[in-house]
Design a protein around this ligand. Sequence first.
Ligand code: O7M
Length: 219
Amino acid sequence: MNKKNSLILALDVLSRDKALELTEQLVDHFDAIKVGYPLILHAGLGIVEEISSISPVIADLKIADTPNTNRLICEAVLGAGADAIIAQAFPGKDSLVACADCAESFGADLFVVTEMSHPGAEQFMAPLAERMARLAVESGASGVVAPATRPERIRMIRSIIGDKLIISPGVGAQGGSAGEALQAGADYLIVGRSVYGSADPVAQAKELAAQVEQSRRSN
Ligand code: O7M
């Protein structure tokens, strides 16, 4: 992934046409487009192939199964053209390594979820986030997912993962601040509804880019 804007679009729309329209409109403003269950289940896996001909695609299937099933899922979505996959750490090291090996064989990136951005993540994920971050490093992941809604947790996870990448959701609709997440150590912000749900997605993307720029200047 080429770090230009430090922004990843979470494209959680439900139709192929809307997804392609937004991709064309926003491709220059985002470094990658994250496609997950909402869009793939409605539009089919072919949408990964279509979007990946326009922009790098991160396939967010939060893969969380046995090693063999993980491998089958990774092969399907990387075979469809995704440049990166996202997996959960909690099924354990063998499951994660299966994703890492598959990503490597496709020349793709693997990002591992540590602690999620919603309030419920404090229940089970937060107490294990440090161990999951460590596991991500040991398994050969390119980086982790950490919450923009809790910048102090980004800071903690950064201290564990060194120079691995942090991609961070929760800015905008979930209340997180772009500047605070970046200052805490996020490399990329993942933003969805506040862009694709706005009346002027390009204007919203430009506003985010300005916030990224401001944060870079104050560093
Ligand atoms: O800006 P939003 O809230 O509309 O979208 C955020 C996107 O990030 C959406 O696709 C979520 O599924 C995803 N996400 C979170 O919101 N929180 C997390 O902790 C993790 C993710 C994510 O992308 O995980 C890989």
